[in-house]
Design a protein around this ligand. Sequence first.
Ligand SMILES: Cc1cc2nc3c(=O)[nH]c(=O)nc-3n(C[C@H](O)[C@H](O)[C@H](O)COP(=O)(O)OP(=O)(O)OC[C@H]3O[C@@H](n4cnc5c(N)ncnc54)[C@H](O)[C@@H]3O)c2cc1C
Ligand code: SF4
Length: 487
Amino acid sequence: MADPQGFLKHRDRSLPERRPVPIRLQDWHEVYDEQSESDLRQQASRCMDCGIPFCHSGCPLGNLIPEWNDLAWRGRWPDAIERLHATNNFPEFTGRLCPAPCETACVLGINQPPVTIKQVEVATIERAFDDGRVEPRPPERLSGRTVAVIGSGPAGLAAAQQLTRAGHTVAVFERADKVGGLLRYGIPEFKMEKHILDRRLAQMRAEGTRFRTGIDVGDLDAKAGWAQLRRRYDAVVIAIGATIPRGLAVPGADLDGVVQAMTYLPQANRASLGVEVPDQIMATGKDVIIIGGGDTGADCLGTALRQGARSVTSLEILPRPGAERPQTQPWPTYPMIFRVASAHEEGGKRVYGVSTQEVIGQDGAVTGLRLVDVDLKDGRFVEIEGSERTIPAQLVLLAMGFTGPDTTSLVDQLGVELDDRGNVTRDESYMTNVPGVFVAGDAGRGQSLIVWAIAEGRAAAHGVDAWLTGTSALPRPISPRDRPVVV
Ligand SMILES: Cc1cc2nc3c(=O)[nH]c(=O)nc-3n(C[C@H](O)[C@H](O)[C@H](O)COP(=O)(O)OP(=O)(O)OC[C@H]3O[C@@H](n4cnc5c(N)ncnc54)[C@H](O)[C@@H]3O)c2cc1C
Ligand code: SF4
């Protein structure tokens, strides 16, 4: 175990400093500075080897957290990365982007600040890359079986890497011009620089995974139909994400300047990397309103501030959560508390308990929003009379989540069945009703998180491998029905 007295000697949790706001607003680089190795190892030593590590159940990947905390504390970095990679294909993604449900389940967190698990994770993988220890692991022999993975987000990438390493010949099809799914064009550079993704893709290519970009599977005109692909490959993994955005159902929502976050963010991501984006939607000099207070909203906020917005207001219909765990969400659950993402430190105003009644415009373009305060009563939002007001806006970004995957061509061409939420149904092995066709990630689970997508990709790979060969030694971290820990 890590230092038996570590949690008694070092009661404080310490994380690397974030770069000063005025400086980081001038660029698109990640916001964290490095943490010294001695500080990091001291933090890892706080892991108390509690006996029943609830962090394992908090993490959908079942990461072996106490083991690598111990190894990190001892400075045994080669062993630490071995244990980390045993359960997680891409710790450099989760170590930067995961909301860390492991930490809210950490036993030390019952009466002290929890261990900085996510920071130990990212430091371990970054050290491994720096030391040249992340090498390609091509299979020793090929199975002669072929798999097409559709979609190159974290679910598709995890499934592809597992199946390639198991000896199958894997091609990943992606409709965008570059590989990565939301890691590439959703998540801004200041949360994860794209060279981090490219570095991992180089490893995957060297292992034998092939990538085909610019192919929209289902497009019959482009001769890329689902059924064609099913005939050409021994198995197919659908990992197309949940890309249908929730709309704003109020008058005026179709005015110019009311834009979906996933229209705005990919443009900004491309531009931040020096790509010319014709007619780019910009926040520069505008009053920007973001509707929706989650990760996507925070990403819009950081982006609008870097583009030089005059003001940014984020609206959330739910009441403002408290700073402490509510009694109804006890340890080890992931509680709804007031969280401050890096973008929230940088500026903008957060308004809670408001609903949009109307988008106001002039000459076809948005000029403001009409809002009303709401109370949450018996699970319903009740408008508070007399609280109506109008606030100015020349750009309104909709970040209200996603309703599910875009399945029109899948259903038409393959006859894949959907559940009552519009997600693709699957059995315990992640196979859909169509033999040999599997589904992983947000397309099957609904809008979720990167860590769940990786876990689904790994588990679906087990299902595919077993279907192709009759048995599988690949891990299966979660079942399709597993959900976050709740009371
Ligand atoms: C703006 C934003 C920020 C987020 N931030 C975080 C965060 O900080 N932390 C976190 O844990 N989660 C975050 N999430 C959620 C997380 O990104 C997703 O849960 C995760 O990416 C889902 O992975 P996936 O592989 O299932 O799908 P995706 O990442 O959505 O990838 C699906 C891919 O399939 C491709 N595709 C779709 N249809 C086809 C087709 N017919 N043919 C070919 N290709 C196709 C798409 O182009 C896309 O590249 C965020 C989501 C958004 C929108
Ligand atoms: S992947 Fe997320 S939940 Fe799992 S150990 Fe890392 S930060 Fe924690």
